[in-house]
Write a protein that binds this ligand. Structure first.
Ligand SMILES: Cc1cc2nc3c(=O)[nH]c(=O)nc-3n(C[C@H](O)[C@H](O)[C@H](O)COP(=O)(O)OP(=O)(O)OC[C@H]3O[C@@H](n4cnc5c(N)ncnc54)[C@H](O)[C@@H]3O)c2cc1C
Length: 215
């Protein structure tokens, strides 16, 4: 990865396309979840799911019974996508409203991870991607739980990022209009952790883990 392929070249506003590993990795690492698209009997499905980056691959997991996992494991073409909205971009015309965003698309065929050690490592990566520090604190998966979980790996060989930053881009004549224009930053933030009432009943003294404290 570092160059566009005929399938990953961003066509609209190509300046916003990036194909280098550092950019693609940074967007993937900043996204909480991804969507996996695949086709079954000519019907496309797009399923949201957790994931993590593992070097030059992404790994994602789910119930071994899930259609998404069962189907994607048969080496069919998939498209994995993440998108992070950084701001709503308010232009002077409706037409030129936009968003500042970072997004990544990955094309390829996923492979199933069969080795238990590899599977565990992938699950730890996914857990650490969502909430760093949690894995070391909790009961690891049992052999039965591991068996009930499928893990897939998808190469980042064919991937693209698209990034928009900055103020609105209006038509020249519209800059004369007395309309508020600019950007409204938006972000997904962490709230205050809410303890499970059964935990406080049974173990009232458990302190809030450091990784849950407000940052
Ligand atoms: C939050 C958000 C909101 C958006 N809103 C709109 C909207 O309302 N209308 C609109 O037309 N577009 C919107 N886009 C942009 C949209 O995702 C496409 O980039 C756009 O439709 C242009 O696609 P295209 O025809 O150039 O590329 P296509 O021919 O559809 O795609 C060619 C290749 O370019 C790459 N590519 C295209 N888009 C992206 C992307 N976003 N991220 C990474 N790689 C990409 C892929 O590898 C793809 O295979 C939005 C994007 C984001 C992240």
């Amino acid at each position: 990865m570092s160059e566009a392929t005929s399938r990953t070249r961003v066509r609209r506003i190509p300046d916003r396309g990036h194909y280098d590993a550092a950019t693609i990795h940074s967007v993937l690492d900043a996204a909480l979840l991804c969507h996996v698209g695949f086709t079954v009997d000519e019907q496309p499905y797009v399923i949201p799911t957790l994931f993590a980056r593992d070097g030059e691959h992404v790994v994602f997991h789910g119930s071994a019974a899930s259609r998404m996992l069962r189907h994607a494991a048969t080496s069919v073409p998939v498209c994995l996508e993440v998108a992070i909205v950084d701001a709503i971009v308010l232009a002077r015309s409706v037409f030129n409203h936009s968003m500042n965003y970072r997004s990544v698309l990955v094309l390829g065929a996923a492979e199933i991870v069969t080795d238990d050690e590899e599977k565990l490592r992938a699950l730890e990566l996914i857990s650490e991607h969502v909430l760093p520090g949690r894995w070391a604190d909790v009961r690891p998966p049992s052999a039965k739980e591991l068996k009930a979980t499928s893990v897939l790996r998808l190469s980042l060989k064919e991937a693209s990022a698209k990034i928009r930053t900055g103020p609105p881009l209006d038509e020249d004549e519209d800059y004369a209009l007395p309309i508020w224009a600019g950007v409204l930053p938006v972000a997904a933030t962490r709230g205050q952790a809410v303890p499970d009432p059964r935990m406080t009943q049974e173990f009232p003294g458990i302190p809030l883990p450091a990784y849950l404290k407000p940052r």
